[in-house]
Design a protein around this ligand. Sequence first.
Ligand code: SF4
Length: 238
Amino acid sequence: MKALERGIVVSTNSLTVWKVLQNEIINCEKCPRLVSFRKEVAREKRKQFRDFNYWGRPVPSNGPLDARLVIIGLAPAAHGGNRTGRMFTGDGSAKFLFLHLYTAGFVNQPISDNIDDGQKLIDCYITAAAHCVPPDNKLKPREVENCSQFLAREFDMLENPKAILALGKVAFDSVIHFARCRYEINGRFEFHHGKKYKIAKNFPTIFASYHPSPRNTQTGKLTSKMFLKVLRDVRKLL
Ligand code: SF4
C-alpha cells in the first residue's frame, strides 16, 4: 500500500506489527455507510482534483511509534486524507495544523500537501477517532465505537506517549471512552478548548483543542494564537 510505503515514518521497533494493523485498517469495511461514502467521494471527485487518483479507503495513521505527542483528529477529510491517503494532507485543516505544528517543532515543514512532499513528523504521531470520511463530517456513535478498537491497539504499540492532543469534541470523547475502558476513572470530563486533563496516573495528559477545520479557523473560533498556546502547553509538559 502506497500510504504505508511512502511518506509514513515509524521507528523500527514494532514496525511489522504496526504495519499489519495499518493494513487491517486500510482494508476495513466495518461501517457500511462510511464504506459507501468514501468510495462515492473518490468516484465523483471535486472538480479541481478530477485528474487525481483518490485514495478512497480508510486512511492509516502516521508518525514515529516513540512519539511523545499523539494527535487525534475526527476523521479524514473528503478531499484531504480521503484523496491523498495521509491524515491531514491536502486540505484546509492540514494547512492550519501543519503551519502551527512546524512553528512548535513537531514537523520538518509547514505544509502537508501530498504523500510525496517529504513530510516527517517529529516526536508526534497522528491518528483519528475514525479512519474513514463521514458524510457532513459527522460520525455515528456506532462508527466511532467500531473504529475505537484500532485506537486501542495503536496505543498498545506506542512506546512513549506523554500527551494527547484531541482535536474537537468527537476526538476528545473517543479518548475519554478509550481511557475509561482501561482505567478506573470517575467523574465526567467535558470538552473545553485549551483545557488539559490528567484522568489517570498512567494515562497521557489530554489536551483539548477546537478542530483546525476552515469552519473554525476562518470564523475566528480557533485562531493561531489560541492553537499555539495549546501547543506551547503541550511542549511545556513534554
Ligand atoms: S471507520 Fe474505522 S471501523 Fe469503520 S470502516 Fe472505517 S476503518 Fe473500519
